[in-house]
Design a protein around this ligand. Structure first.
Ligand code: ADP
Ligand code: MG
Length: 629
């Protein structure tokens, strides 16, 4: 328990004891007849006022501050007038009790909110403030934000990786679980990227910093999670608006309830006035909307928190809501449904050139691209001379055009080669192909192939079990390659040979053909499909660790590339939605019932406050279910 919460607890216990003392003295005094006749009533009032001020002082102060700042009608105000009213009508004990119970509810609420914040705090603790840098051969410990890109850092075994960097010496295993939720450590060696927020489990590593502190993976994720509160779902912003109009309406209704009936029943009878004022106070207490105001945001917050501890970042409760309404999921192929690691099957030559040389030229042209095809070709070519003067233009959905050492190289698919007026060799329609041309001369082509991602079939099956009606695959790859993978996986609709803007129009068509306001999610890897991710009702990027573009564009970010996490996220979204609806229906239902009973004078202040706080606590506990894995 935090210090502040402990203080609250002490205050509750103290005022509960004092209230008990006051009640005993009051009753004994009345029974013995002493107080009633010897003018001690002010003493009794004082006895009750002490616990009231101890427990309610803060609430009254906040109510006053609210009035000063123009936000009159909050729950502090409701509690304030209800309890002061109780004192005015002589119900001292009830006035204190209402405050006391309200504080117990507040304490609960604080503990609950604190708990769900903790999972995000766990993320915060990933960020280390200090790094060990090597400057002029000596190591210094400095603040992370003093380290420049290109400087060399040292990460010892067991330490957190402070900044994003590229290993230049040493090898190790790193624990990425905090970012990805993946429990298996990853092996890294020279040339690999390491990300801030991971833990170095193995040996000493030296690495060159690739991003400044503010730009680092952990900082990005943190600001993302913090900003998620701003992207409110409809039900969440509804509650805020609701409270704004609801509370004043309730206060007016209570005032009418206190004034109107006595005017008709007995304008001169003080006991009638007392009765209706009391009913109005009960009405006020029970109508306090705190159960809704607290529990609805908390449900979303705990959902988002529990997701982030599993490496699923959700940029706002609005996206959780939309995802819960999805019945169609559209996938990118390469790197999403497939591994994105291409094997070179064959190299075909059209001119007399060495196959190794063809691969080398292709790799030189592809070396700066992030596309899975490029990375696979660069890897297959082995060592390349990266000092060769190269400028590259990447043409999305086509390939690359590069100037290498003065030669113009084209490396890409049929579309690319034809675009530059070169006729590719025929008979190449069975698998993914990369053509290579140099200075307008066709050199040959490389057949490459990719495997379906392990677990893809299970993931698609589990999506179907979770009630997803339709799966679609979009790809820029050729029809033969695309259809083969798509059919293997049992995808319902397959669209191939799409350019990036073709993917956007495909998703627009899918969205337009949706019935019953069901939503469409798109899952991609963020490499040249950012426009589609943005266009879908919910854009999901996977394998995002290290890819800023994907993190930026998507609404939901899966840090690793496990497809099964999509089902997890959908399940979570639906559960959150269910919990929110349960809370709204439950809170409004109980309130409506007690409101009517209170207005009819069938329940008193105590029962009202009990119902109010009880509903809030139950709703909060219900929201917390979402924190479980
Ligand atoms: P996908 O839909 O499979 O993710 P992309 O839209 O990224 O595919 O690319 C579509 C096609 O364009 C690829 O199948 C490939 O033929 C070609 N292509 C794109 N980028 C490159 C590249 N860097 N090198 C070679 N070919 C590329
Ligand atoms: Mg792609």
């Amino acid at each position: 328990m935090k210090k502040k919460d402990k203080k609250r607890l002490y205050r509750i216990v103290l005022s509960a004891i004092l209230l008990a003392v006051a009640v005993v003295v009051d009753h004994v005094g009345i029974l013995s007849g002493v107080l009633e006749f010897s003018g001690f009533t002010p003493l009794i009032l004082a006895l009750y006022l002490i616990p009231y001020v101890i427990i309610g002082g803060g609430v009254l102060k906040e109510a006053l501050q609210g009035i000063i700042h123009g936000q009159v009608f909050d729950e502090n105000f409701l509690m304030g007038i209800a309890t002061i009213g109780a004192f005015c009508t002589g119900e001292y004990a009830e006035g204190v009790f209402v405050m006391l119970f309200y504080s117990v509810g507040e304490l609960f609420e604080h503990i609950a909110v604190g708990k769900s914040r903790n999972s995000i705090k766990a993320l915060l603790s990933l960020q280390s403030d200090e790094a060990t840098v090597i400057r002029n051969g000596e190591s210094f410990t400095v603040d992370c934000d003093c380290v420049e890109v290109g400087e060399r850092i040292l990460v010892r075994p067991g330490e957190k990786i402070p900044l994003d960097a590229k290993i230049c010496e040493g090898e190790s295993t790193v624990d990425t679980s905090a970012l990805t939720g993946e429990s298996l450590p990853r092996e890294v060696s020279v040339g690999d990227e390491i990300h801030s927020g991971c833990i170095n489990l193995g040996g000493v590593i030296y690495a060159d910093v690739t991003k400044r502190y503010e730009e680092s993976t952990v900082s990005k994720i943190l600001s993302l999670v913090e900003d998620s509160a701003q992207n409110k779902s409809k039900s969440e912003s509804f509650i805020t608006k609701f409270a704004r109009f609801y509370t004043p309406a309730v206060v007016i209704a209570a005032a009418l309830l206190a004034i109107l009936p006595p005017l008709f029943i007995g304008i001169g009878d003080s006991s009638v006035w007392k009765e209706w004022v009391y009913r109005a106070l009960t009405f006020l207490v029970i109508s306090c909307p705190c159960a809704l105001v607290i529990s609805v945001p908390l449900s979303y917050f705990s959902g988002i928190g529990s997701a982030s501890s599993r490496g699923i970042l959700i940029k706002g409760s609005a996206y959780l809501d939309t995802l819960a309404h999805c019945d169609t999921i559209v996938f990118d192929k390469t790197g999403t449904l497939t591994e994105g690691r291409f094997r070179i099957d064959e190299v075909h030559l059209a001119s007399n050139i060495d196959p190794k040389e063809l691969l080398r030229l292709a790799a030189l042209a592809e070396q700066f691209s992030n596309h899975p095809i490029s990375r696979s070709i660069v890897e297959a070519a082995g060592e390349i001379d990266s000092s060769t003067p190269t400028t590259v233009e990447e043409i999305f959905g086509h390939g690359v055009k590069a100037s290498v050492d003065g030669d113009i190289l084209l490396v890409g698919n049929d579309k690319l080669i034809k675009k530059f007026g070169i006729i590719p060799l025929a008979n190449t329609d069975h698998s993914t192909v990369v053509h290579v041309a140099k200075n307008g001369l066709y050199l040959g082509y490389i057949f490459i192939s990719d495997k379906e991602k392990s677990g893809a079939r299970e993931a698609l099956a589990s999506l179907r079990r979770a009630g997803i009606e339709k799966t679609v695959m979009l790809t820029g790859d050729r029809a033969a390659a695309g259809n083969q993978i798509g059919k293997q996986l049992g995808i319902d609709e397959i669209y191939t040979e799409l350019l990036p803007d073709g993917k956007v129009s495909a998703i627009e068509k899918i969205i337009a053909s949706q019935k019953n306001e069901k939503k469409v999610a798109y899952v991609g890897d963020g490499i040249n499909d950012a426009p589609v991710i943005t266009r879908a009702d919910v854009g999901i990027a996977m394998g995002a660790l290290g890819s800023d573009a994907a993190i930026e564009a998507a609404d939901i970010v899966l840090m690793d590339d496990e497809l099964s996490k999509i089902t997890d996220t959908i399940t979570l979204a639906r559960r959150t939605r269910r919990i929110v609806i349960q809370n709204i229906v439950f809170a409004l239902g109980v309130k409506a019932a007690v409101l009517v009973l209170g207005a009819c004078g069938l329940v008193g202040l105590n029962a009202a406050v009990f119902a109010d706080v009880g509903v809030a606590v139950i709703a909060i506990l219900n929201s917390m279910r979402n924190l479980k894995k």
